[in-house]
Design a protein around this ligand. Structure first.
Ligand code: UTP
Length: 293
């Protein structure tokens, strides 16, 4: 029986430079796909996977995230008056984790995703924990973290999400070196962040969902800089290979890179087409747009 995973860390302190000017004052993680901010999809996924404690690593300009997961009594009062069936009220109240089970820690300086995770160390303690990068939006049933939990219960150690990529774009991803592979679960022998196509050990890239052993914090504490001069989570994970079971799970659904403009647009169209209340209109209007432009 492996130690249960109760805590999730959401690094949300990045600058979102690939999405300027939208992210000058608005946190990237608050960008809405259809009508729901990216961070809410990630929180819902974590909740579906049984997570009880929600830790956000934030920074300057990210207070909209805290407000989003807080009560808004003025709005709730207004909706109680205006919305007899209570649907809007449910949307406003539904997303927030239970009081006392949500915490915010400041990263101070955005030194990289590994550094962001390390900033959560005092909340994580000595238990395994999940990490979700909200800008990797995944349309999947079951949700990706639920899938990782299944594999974790069986294998323990570190479990991360993987997807196949075009070998020409390895330099945008963390890439793994695979061992035993049953078509779904892949043993991980090494990981490298943003390798060139020539150096990439495979076409299996890391997606932003992880279940990690707390020992990763000691490695991150060394503060070693990697690709792009950032403290990379991938490098710390590479240092754990051999000391823990380490597996990747091939993604069951579709991942949208909402940290980029095109990935975000794609996600909006796909999620709108997946919504019964919007599907027909979206399809018709897309056709009309394609005819006109
Ligand atoms: P990204 O590298 O995609 O985000 O990190 P970024 O740095 O904000 O984006 P660009 O490259 O400038 O456009 C993935 C996640 O990790 C968080 C980000 O907020 C994002 O949710 N992150 C990244 C941090 O919390 N701290 C960091 O130092 C870096």
């Amino acid at each position: 029986m492996h130690q249960p995973v109760r805590t999730a860390v959401f690094p949300v302190a990045g600058l979102g430079t690939r999405f300027l000017p939208a992210t000058k004052a608005l946190p990237k993680e608050m960008l809405p796909v259809v009508d729901t901010p990216l961070i809410e999809y990630a929180v819902d996924e974590a909740r579906a996977a049984g997570i009880e404690e929600f830790i956000f690593v934030t920074g300057r300009g990210k207070s909209a995230i805290e407000d989003h997961f807080d009560r808004n009594f003025e709005l709730e009062g207004e909706l109680e008056r205006r919305d007899p069936d209570g649907k809007a009220l449910e949307l406003v109240r539904g997303s927030a984790p239970t009081a006392g089970h949500i915490a915010y820690v400041r990263q101070g300086e955005p030194l990289g995703p590994g550094h962001a995770v390390w900033c959560a160390r005092r909340f994580v303690g000595d238990e395994p924990f999940a990490v979700l990068l909200a800008d990797d939006l995944i349309m999947s049933d079951p949700p990706t973290l639920v899938d990782l939990m299944d594999v974790y219960r069986d294998k323990g150690g570190n479990v991360i999400s993987l997807m196949e990529i075009d070998p020409a774009v390895t330099s945008r991803y963390g890439v793994i070196s695979p061992g035993a592979d049953d078509g779904r679960v892949v043993e991980i022998l090494d990981l490298v962040e943003k390798p060139s196509a020539a150096e990439a050990p495979s076409n299996l890239a890391i997606v932003g969902r992880y279940i990690l052993q707390p020992g990763v914090m000691e490695i991150l504490a060394r503060g070693a800089r990697g690709a792009g001069g950032e403290i990379q989570l991938t490098d710390a994970l590479a240092a754990m290979v051999g000391s823990h079971p380490f597996h990747g799970v091939r993604l069951g659904g579709t991942r949208f890179d909402c940290g980029t403009k095109i990935g975000f647009l794609e996600a909006n169209v796909a999620y709108a087409l997946g919504r019964p209340d919007l599907e027909d209109d979206t399809r018709a209007r897309l056709r009309a747009i394609l005819d006109r432009f």
